[in-house]
Design a protein around this ligand. Structure first.
Ligand code: SAH
Length: 345
């Protein structure tokens, strides 16, 4: 069976090289080629033909090719549909901020968390992405952009903590000296609330930023829109978030989707404020992005501002997510669904 080189940590590539009777420094060359985005072993031209042939017998580079790309004329946001080796498609988004480009990566094809407002979960989970496929999105997009991407948010399709081992391996890959060299503090992982995995992440001591998709503070109402709430309740989720912040000394972000008549009452704002008051946290309000499959609506700007004002009065840093690429918009997972449906026809 062939093994994916992109899913390997540096020391593993070094072992491969040594086992094939080559000098250690060849590992560095291979790793550099991988980071630059070569799509085949044949493109690693500084390796001898003979060595390349030997490598090809047992190793390959997983496919993450651009299948479709949309670019915003307003702010340069790019949405990519990336094709994997088995033909599955995933979404990757590039956002241009003042402090440089930032990429939003997917961790699964589909998702099995079942959040009612999310397009990624409509058809359930297809499969987990491998560590190579997660980093491959970054490598492909960086090559297309022609510029270094230093910030990563894991907020694309999928629940990252539902693919925990591959996620952790990806974190190690992306941090490697001879690879992309991304500092852990430049990585944010967003979870819908898999409490034991939040604790596990904390114990691993990899200092990434944590974001928790809260979206509702009333337990029974949260259960209605986010089935995971039936497994881990709000109390234990917030407790885990606060613990993470205390141990890592890093501000935890709470994402709160504003859905008209579902999550946007001022009572809910007050409850959210009292829950997080005094903790090392930040609230990011996300006016919901309506998806075709469901009838959720975005509240108007006045409502959003009123909700934010309540939270600011609790002295909690509260931002409203800026809408990027509104001309190529569509909620998470919507582009993939649209293209799959179009190509089926
Ligand atoms: N599974 C992870 C990460 C992927 S979703 C998580 O739940 O955090 C990234 C963020 O987008 C989450 O906060 C998610 O709840 C939110 N989201 C999903 N669908 C959305 C929509 N239609 N409008 C606005 N935000 C949405």
């Amino acid at each position: 069976m062939c093994v994916d080189l992109r899913s390997m940590e540096y020391y593993e590539v070094e072992e491969v090289v040594l086992n094939l009777g080559e000098k250690k420094y060849r590992a560095k060359q291979i790793y550099n080629f991988l980071a630059k985005g070569v799509s085949s072993i044949d493109e690693m031209y500084t390796l001898s033909k003979d060595f390349r042939e030997k490598l090809k017998e047992r190793y390959y580079i997983c496919k993450t090719d651009i299948y479709h790309k949309l670019e915003s004329n307003l702010d340069g946001t790019r949405k990519y549909l990336i094709e994997l080796g088995d033909g599955n498609l995933i979404e990757t988004v590039l956002m241009i901020y003042k402090n440089g480009p930032s990429i939003c990566l997917s961790t699964q094809v589909g998702c099995r968390m079942g959040c009612k407002f999310c397009a990624s979960t409509v058809d359930g989970l297809v499969r987990n992405l491998t560590p190579g496929e997660i980093i491959g999105q970054m490598i492909t997009v960086q090559k297309d952009l022609g510029e270094r991407i230093a910030n990563i948010v894991i907020m694309g399709s999928g629940e990252p903590f539902d693919n925990f081992d591959n996620l952790v391996k990806f974190l190690k890959l992306v941090h490697e000296d001879y690879g992309l060299q991304i500092g852990y503090r430049h990585i944010t992982i967003s979870t819908c609330g898999l409490v034991p995995k939040i604790r596990e992440m904390e114990k691993l001591g990899i200092p990434i930023n944590l974001a928790i998709s809260l979206h509702q503070v009333e337990q029974n109402k949260r259960e209605e829109i986010m089935p995971i709430a039936k497994v881990y309740d709000i109390e234990e989720l917030i407790e885990a978030g606060k613990h993470y912040a205390n141990v890592t000394k890093r501000r935890v972000t709470y994402e709160y989707a504003l859905i008209e008549g579902v999550t946007d009452s001022l009572e809910e704002a007050h409850k959210l404020g009292s829950l997080l008051k005094g903790s090392l946290s930040l609230i990011n309000l996300i006016p919901i992005n309506p998806i075709k499959e469901k009838s959720f609506k975005k509240p108007n700007l006045k409502r959003v501002q009123a909700f934010q004002k309540v939270l600011l009065n609790y002295h909690i840093i509260t931002t409203v997510r800026r809408e990027l690429g509104s001309d190529i918009n569509g909620a998470c997972g919507q582009l993939r669904r649209d293209v799959i449906n179009r190509d089926k026809r």
